[in-house]
Design a protein around this ligand. Structure first.
Ligand code: ASP
Length: 386
C-alpha cells in the first residue's frame, strides 16, 4: 500500500488543487485500500498494532479526568462507561466554564448543553441538544441510547426525558458565569449599563468585578473572543473496542436553540467499532459542514493514520474558504482520533489554543499517566480567532 505522507496530504488538501484533493482521497487515489472498489468497505490492512491498548484521549480540558476513564478500562470495563465517566468529572466542575455546570450561557443568560455518545461494540448512538437545567448531558445522551428507541432528543423534551429518568434539575449558571454574561451584555448593549445620571456612576466592569483586574481581563477575553467549550473523549480497551462522547455548553452568547456539532452524530463525534473513533472541539458550524467525525473515521478505514486523517478533515474546512487565512483566522477547530489498534492523534487548524500563545494540545492516557501532547497544526501560524 502506498504510504500516506504529510506532504501528499498537503498536496491533496490545499496547495495543489484543494478541490480536486478530496475527490482523489475518496475514491481515485491508487493504492489506498478500498479506493479502487469505491464502495467496498473493509478494515484497514495495516492492523499491526502501532498503538497501545487500552488508551483514552480527550481535548486538553479533559486532562485531569482521564485517570477516571483509564481505571475503568484497566478493570476491563466498557469503553463508553470509561469515556462518559471521564467527561462527567469536567461537567461537574463549577470552575470549568466550558461544559456542564458553570458553562457559559446563551445570549439570554441560560446555560444550554449538547452531547452525544457512540458505542462501538453494539454500534449504537445517542444524543441530546439544547438541554437546560441538566448537568450531565453525556450520561443523558447515553440514557437516550440505552433506554429509548430514538437517537436524538432536543430541547424541553430532552429535559423532561431526563427528569423522567431520574436526573436532577438545577440552575447551571454559576456566579462566575453569570457575571461574565452580564459583562457581555453591558459591552454589547447600551441598555445594560448604568446611565450617566447614576449617582454612583463608574466603569461598569470595575463595579461588576469589584475592581479585580484579573477577573476583568478574563471577562474581556471571553467577550472579545466568545469561547466555544467542549470536551471530546475517545476510549479503546484492551480488546480493541472503541467508544466516544462529546459534551459541551456550545458557543457562548449563542442564540437560544443554536446547536453546534457536538450532538451531531458524524460531526462532533463518530465511532465505527471496526475502525476507530473521532471527535471535535471548536467552531461547530465549520465541522458540521464537512461531517468531520465521519470523514476522519472513513479516512482511517482506508488505512490513514489518525493524525493525518484529522489534518485531512481540517483541509476540507480550509478548502471551504479557498484557504483564505483571514477568514479562517476568525475561528478555531480541533480534531481528535483513535483507531482500534490504539493509535491516536490530534490536529488543530492553528498552532495555538484560544488562550494564546499556548500551543494547541490534547490529552492522552495510555496506562501510565495522563499527559498533554501537541496537536499537529494545519497552519503553522499562531492565528485563530483574531
Ligand atoms: N464545538 C462546540 C460547538 O460548536 C463548541 C466547542 O467545541 O467549543 O458547539
Amino acid at each position: 500500500m502506498q504510504l500516506w505522507t504529510r506532504r501528499k496530504f498537503f498536496v491533496n488538501s490545499l496547495a495543489g488543487s484543494a478541490l480536486a484533493g478530496a475527490g482523489q482521497l475518496l475514491g481515485k487515489t491508487p493504492g489506498i485500500a478500498g479506493s479502487e472498489e469505491g464502495t467496498i468497505f473493509r478494515a484497514p490492512a495495516n492492523t499491526a498494532a502501532g498503538g497501545v491498548r487500552p488508551v483514552i484521549i480527550s481535548s486538553a480540558n479533559g486532562l485531569h479526568a482521564l485517570d477516571k476513564g483509564m481505571d475503568i478500562l484497566k478493570a476491563g470495563g466498557d469503553t463508553l462507561d470509561a469515556a462518559v465517566a471521564a467527561v462527567t468529572v469536567v461537567e461537574d466542575d463549577p470552575n470549568d466554564d466550558s461544559v456542564g455546570y458553570g458553562g457559559l450561557p446563551n445570549e439570554e443568560g441560560v446555560v444550554e448543553l449538547d452531547a452525544s455518545v457512540m458505542h462501538g461494540p453494539t454500534r449504537r448512538a445517542g444524543s441530546v441538544a439544547s438541554v437546560q437545567k441538566i448537568k450531565n448531558v453525556a450520561r443523558l445522551a447515553k440514557t437516550v441510547m440505552e433506554r429509548t428507541n430514538h437517537v436524538m432528543i432536543v430541547g424541553d423534551g430532552a429535559r423532561r426525558f431526563a427528569v423522567a429518568e431520574g436526573f436532577e434539575e438545577q440552575n447551571l449558571l454559576t456566579e462566575h458565569s453569570r457575571k461574565i454574561w452580564l459583562a457581555w451584555k453591558a459591552k454589547t448593549s447600551f441598555n445594560w449599563r448604568p446611565g450617566i445620571d447614576s449617582p454612583e456612576w463608574k466603569d461598569y466592569m470595575t463595579e461588576l468585578f469589584d475592581g479585580d483586574a484579573e477577573k476583568i481581563a478574563y471577562a474581556e477575553e471571553k467577550i472579545a473572543h466568545p469561547p466555544t467549550g467542549t470536551i471530546n473523549c475517545l476510549a479503546v480497551n484492551a480488546k480493541g473496542e472503541v467508544s466516544g462522547t462529546t459534551t459541551t455548553s456550545g458557543l457562548s452568547w449563542k442564540i437560544p436553540g443554536r446547536v453546534g456539532d457536538s450532538p451531531i452524530i458524524g460531526a462532533g463525534l463518530y465511532v465505527d467499532g471496526d475502525v476507530g473513533g473521532a471527535g471535535s472541539t471548536g467552531k461547530g458550524e465549520e465541522n458540521i459542514k464537512i461531517a468531520g467525525g465521519h470523514t476522519i473515521v472513513e479516512m482511517m478505514r482506508k488505512g490513514i493514520k489518525p493524525t493525518d486523517a484529522c489534518l485531512e478533515a481540517l483541509g476540507r474546512v480550509a478548502r471551504n474558504y479557498n484557504g483564505d487565512k483571514k477568514k479562517l483566522g476568525t475561528f478555531h477547530l480541533f480534531f481528535y482520533a483513535v483507531n482500534k489498534d490504539g493509535e491516536y492523534g490530534g490536529a488543530s487548524l492553528w498552532k495555538n489554543t484560544y488562550d494564546r500563545p499556548k500551543p494547541a494540545q490534547f490529552a492522552v492516557h495510555d496506562g501510565t499517566e495522563a499527559r498533554l501532547e501537541l496537536c499537529k497544526p494545519f497552519f503553522d501560524e499562531i492565528g485563530g480567532d483574531e
